[in-house]
Design a protein around this ligand. Structure first.
Ligand code: DQA
Length: 146
């Protein structure tokens, strides 16, 4: 069982970027906890971060063809702007879980709308790095039911 974890723009700065909003955990910390949980459950995960919309789209397109069962994605600011990422996810047939570290609904109104939520099977916001582990839980459970 394979899952792809995608982190969008500026998430490479986690731990040092506005830690009062995004927490002190680094992206490596988050990815390592995901790799550990995946290994325990017999899942193979790949985590990628990109600051480039087109690169995120290329990674989503590749996942259509390589047997990836699920995508866990924090599209970061592209959440609120990217029809192209929505279109790419619409072409992917597996499970899609959208994750945000912060509770976007408690923040500026431009963060309240998500294009990706039109496709996501589930959305998690406001739980910090823990949200990714909750997403992986959901992915594992969804696969065991199908
Ligand atoms: C974010 C929320 C977005 O609004 C913001 O642009 C981000 C991160 C989050 O994880 O809380 O970069 O997706």
């Amino acid at each position: 069982n394979k899952a792809l974890v995608l982190h969008g723009p500026n998430l490479n700065l986690l731990g040092t970027r506005q830690p009062e909003i995004y927490g002190f955990e680094s992206l490596d910390d988050i990815n390592n906890s995901l790799y550990e949980k995946a290994a325990v459950n017999g899942w193979d995960i790949r985590a990628r971060q990109s600051n480039h919309e087109g690169e995120l789209i290329d990674l989503i397109q590749a996942a259509r063809l390589d047997g990836t069962a699920a995508i866990i994605i924090n599209p970061a600011a592209y959440t609120h702007t990217s029809v192209a990422i929505l279109d790419a996810l619409n072409a992917f047939e597996g499970t899609v879980i959208e994750v945000h570290l912060s509770n976007v609904h408690k923040r500026e109104s431009f963060r309240h709308h998500s294009y990706v939520s039109l496709r996501a099977d589930g959305v998690i916001a406001g739980l910090g790095g823990q949200g990714y582990l909750a997403a992986l839980d959901a992915v594992i459970k969804a696969a065991s039911k199908s």
